[in-house]
Design a protein around this ligand. Structure first.
Ligand code: T3D
Length: 261
């Protein structure tokens, strides 16, 4: 059975974490497949959006608590390597991608599974879904960007408490705290996420990629650095065919038809 399923939907593709019996907990082999799936999406000029979701009742239960993290004859597992080579590489690829990533969080997102969702550009979650900073429960520390995402998204006080207590929070709480974009009824999640993906396939791709870059740099740039970058990217957007089309459409009072990146 493939541990990552890929569904093609015209201009967007859905990547499904597919180990439902383990709530889609990931291991190095599965993350290798996920990296390849992300690479394939990037390489396909017809793909303009990626959706990430999980099979079954979970989104992703984080690192599989199996052989990757078990002590072997040579001593304890090398979690630094596991993080750098697999988990963190996925987060880097999602954040560096030209493509908007939507997480459709269909169930529990724990440990690195929560980070995987939060690394995406827009997170929709089923009302019954939950987010668990599970690391502390097993003596580990937040990784895959969790400390970065939480401190920026929910702030220091809430982020620290979530990381230190490891309590689960429900999707509605996550929405209220600004951790995710929106909660959907469980039965509507996939349709809502699909409609969003469809909508983003019609958006100007160059501008979407530039927005990703702006939000990646904003947390560590000064205002002046960010103003410089915004001006540069606006200059590039201003020279794009999408801007010509956007202006024409506005003046002609019609919907714009943006082309490929
Ligand atoms: O180097 C590095 O970077 C290392 C990376 C570390 C990053 C991490 O992600 S550390 C955190 C790892 N994840 C966890 O600790 C979460 C473990 N799972 C849970 O705490 C719970 O399963 C959940 C809170 C996520 C959900 O609870 P519940 O009650 O809804 O489901 P369950 O019954 O516990 O789980 C269902 C099955 O999935 C169960 O298998 P079974 O008994 O039916 O055969 C359970 O063992 C399995 N499962 C869940 N999570 C994992 C898992 N199997 C392996 N690894 C898991 N992470």
């Amino acid at each position: 059975m493939d541990d990552i399923l890929i569904e093609l939907h015209g201009g967007w593709r859905k990547l499904i974490l597919n180990r439902p019996a383990k709530l889609n907990a990931v291991n190095s082999a599965m993350l290798t497949s996920l990296l390849a799936a992300i690479e394939a999406a990037e390489a396909d000029p017809a793909t303009r959006v990626v959706m990430l979701t999980g099979a079954g009742r979970g989104f992703c239960a984080g690192q599989e608590l199996g052989s990757d993290v078990t002590a072997g004859p040579d001593g304890p597992p090398d979690l630094e390597r596991l993080a750098n080579t697999w988990h963190h590489e996925v987060v880097r690829r999602i954040r560096a991608s030209r493509l908007p990533f939507i997480a459709a969080v269909n169930g529990v997102a724990a440990g690195a599974g929560a980070s995987l969702a939060l690394a995406c550009d827009i997170v929709l979650a089923a009302r019954s879904a939950s987010f668990v900073q599970a690391f502390i429960r097993i003596g580990l520390v937040p990784d895959s960007g969790a400390s970065f995402f939480l401190s920026h998204m929910v702030g220091d006080a809430r982020g620290r408490a979530l990381a230190m207590l490891g309590d689960a929070i429900g999707a509605e709480q996550a929405e209220a705290w600004g951790m995710i974009w929106k909660t959907a009824d469980d039965s509507a999640l996939m349709a809502d996420a699909g409609a969003m993906a469809e909508r983003l396939t019609q958006a100007p791709a160059q501008a979407l990629a530039a927005i990703k870059l702006l939000f990646a740099t904003a947390p560590h740039n000064t205002l002046h650095q960010q103003l410089d970058l915004e001006a540069r990217l606006q200059g590039e957007a201003g020279r794009s065919a999408d801007f010509i089309e956007g202006l024409d459409a506005f003046q002609q009072k019609r919907a714009p038809r943006f082309g490929p990146a």
